[in-house]
Design a protein around this ligand. Sequence first.
Ligand code: TYM
Length: 327
Amino acid sequence: KEKVFSGVQPSGIPTIGNYIGAMKGFIDLQDSYDAIYSIVNQHAITVPQDPKILKQMTRQLAALYLAIGIDTKKAILFVQSDVPAHAQMAWIIQCMTGLGELERMTQFKDKARKQEAVNAGLLAYPTLMVGDIVLYDANFVPVGDDQKQHLELTRNFVDRFNSRYNDDLLVKPEPLIPEEGGRIMSLQDPTSKMSKSDTNTKSFVSMLDTPKQITKKIKSAVTDSIGEVNYDKENQPAVANLLQIYASFSGKSIDSIVSDYSGQGYGNFKGDLADLVVSTLEPIQERYESLLTSSDLDDILQDGAKRASAIAESTLSRVEKTIGLTY
Ligand code: TYM
């Protein structure tokens, strides 16, 4: 079976952007692939985190993964810091990656601009991600559009490594990016990406928002003065974004949604979208609540760590032997 790997940072509660762009796809993939999903807490500390909140978010994200339908009979779910091979592999990758390559990463440039002091981890971040992927011989990596560049870096690294040492030592992964919904935008500004760490909470719907919050945020989402539901990314980017969310949550095509609302303003469209998001998230939130406090969650993560470690350690030792970290 081919392998799938992906991760989500516990740097906030996932938004519907994370869900549409990546997490929703994780569920289908676990049926046909050996799927491995991680709560990448070591990635999260590249920017300052409150230890208590980080711990809480890690647990919450684990419960949310299960609540959306990750089934640990099919997939492996684990916390990154439980598997030391990630940090070990990242070090090796850092020693084989040019500074210039890392400085070119747009996510680094964006995040660095927002920080007062930039730490070395923020720059090295993509090498940790390359390690995550290659440790599991992942063939496919389901991610949102913003991770495309990091996947390109991973593919380049694999080419370089394999041509230097041995042609089939590491697997070269393909990104799986949804055609629609790979980049869900802020509800308040259609030119910036929806982000779980945005300080303006009106800009995103979190997977754990209450029905009232969801409705309020969607109804107050910015639109435009054209006043017609059209799918025109250029001239009506905010409405196009809402249409992508609608399409993803309903399973309907964008064209059929546009025709359903033709001749109407934005009121009904937004109201129905709010109801759709609420009714999709409600059962997820119910499962989440019961999982969060159960000791099953700890058992699942312990078991996941064991299974992930076995795979990761074997790849790491193969790499260490190849490059001479042995005697
Ligand atoms: P993170 O935690 O920022 O986001 C998790 C996933 O959600 C996608 N995403 C979005 N998709 C659509 N619209 C948006 N507005 C949006 N915002 C985020 C992200 O692309 C991602 O797929 N570096 C990764 C985590 C990571 C990883 C990995 C992923 C670490 N190691 C190995 C894949 C494989 C990140 O920061 O995701």
